[in-house]
Design a binder for this molecule. Structure first.
Ligand SMILES: [Zn+2]
Ligand SMILES: [Zn+2]
Length: 135
């Protein structure tokens, strides 16, 4: 039995479903993923056999390919949220983990491209934590 995942963008115009299993889950600290997300790292799921279905808003999905690289980002043209996309001529489905609304039940396989990480991206697990807004 394969799994089913639901996701959406921040404005809610785009909704999608993924049927099938993810094979890899990487936290990528490369400079392109840092630009792409505006954060410390990308968090992407990879699947070669899962199927992506747009439930609504597929006309709002745009894809950007970084010049002279394989880095590609699909996003909602209204709100800019990261969305799933097919890469490698459709052979690989790449899904930003944060775009999913359903529980994932997977832990990342690895942090990758750690040599490229931001200078503030060190021992982040030691930074003070609040359960809500800053106290
Ligand atoms: Zn949106
Ligand atoms: Zn990366």
């Amino acid at each position: 039995m394969s799994s089913r995942h639901l996701g959406s963008c921040l404005c809610g115009d785009v909704r999608f479903e993924i049927a099938g299993d993810f094979e890899k889950f990487y936290l990528c600290h490369c400079s392109r993923c840092r630009k792409d997300t505006g954060s410390a790292h990308g968090a992407n799921l990879f699947a070669s056999a899962a199927r992506l279905t747009w439930l609504c808003g597929n006309a709002k999905v745009a894809t950007f390919r970084a010049p002279s690289s394989l880095h590609q980002k699909s996003f909602c043209m209204s709100c800019g949220s990261a969305l799933p996309g097919l890469q490698m001529d459709g052979a690989l489905l790449v899904v930003p983990a944060g775009s999913l609304d359903s529980p994932l039940g997977l832990r990342p396989n690895a942090h990758i491209f750690c040599a490229s990480r931001a200078d503030w991206d060190q021992h982040l697990e030691d930074v003070p934590r609040d359960d809500g807004p800053p106290g």
